[in-house]
Design a protein around this ligand. Structure first.
Ligand code: HEC
Length: 172
């Protein structure tokens, strides 16, 4: 090898070694950024509910709407406005669309959809109680419904996954 080609070869080697280094090892700050979420996740021993990012986002939006519905129901019972109770319950009651969505969210997680459907059917009993115009009956049905919320929260946590993992896990 001539001196010139040796110099070029060692330059190329240095360049590729440098590139390999930046690509392979995450910078310390990137590694540090992943550490807190991983530590948080290991503290949370609930069963993972794998979801794609968009599904996870929609599920949380949905959850916040459920909480709003519950807030509206309690406010309506307090002023004995049973029509407003019935209107608010429609936001969390069972519908075919709701059923399909719960089936989709739970398609990678055995047991999730069943709990979700059970919850929506319990919510329907609040509407039935509102027809009797009995505040105690409405409150009792609401308490039963809320225990379906807390049962599911005690059992599952979201786990964000990529497309490949989702397709491998989801029931077709
Ligand atoms: C079938 C399961 C299930 C049911 C039923 C359920 N949830 Fe959730 N909910 C979840 C999961 C899973 C999460 C995400 C928890 C996590 O990853 O920490 C969640 C999160 C939430 C959040 C947090 C949203 C956010 O922005 O982070 C709220 C609020 C919430 N749920 C309210 C409710 C209320 C109110 C009810 C009942 C009226 C309810 N949920 C019923 C499964 C459920």
């Amino acid at each position: 090898m001539t001196r010139c080609s040796t110099a070029i070869a060692s330059l190329l080697f240095a360049a590729s070694a440098c590139r390999a280094k930046t690509e392979a090892a995450p910078t310390p700050s990137a590694a540090a950024a992943h550490a807190p979420p991983a530590a948080h996740d290991s503290l949370d021993q609930r069963t993972p509910l794998p979801l794609l990012p968009m599904m996870a986002h929609h599920q949380k939006q949905n959850m916040r709407e459920h909480l709003e519905a519950v807030q509206q129901i309690t406010a309506a019972v307090a002023r004995s406005d049973f029509d407003a109770v019935a209107t608010a319950v429609k936001r969390i009651g069972y519908s075919e669309q709701m059923g399909r969505m719960c089936g989709h969210l739970g398609s990678a997680t055995p047991g999730f959809t069943e709990l979700a459907l059970e919850f929506h059917h319990r919510a329907d009993t609040i509407a039935a109680a509102a027809q009797s115009r009995d505040p105690a009956a409405v409150s009792a049905a609401l308490a039963e419904t809320l225990s379906a919320c807390t049962t599911c929260h005690a059992r599952f946590k979201q786990e964000i996954v990529d497309e490949a993992t989702w397709s491998a896990l989801a029931r077709q």
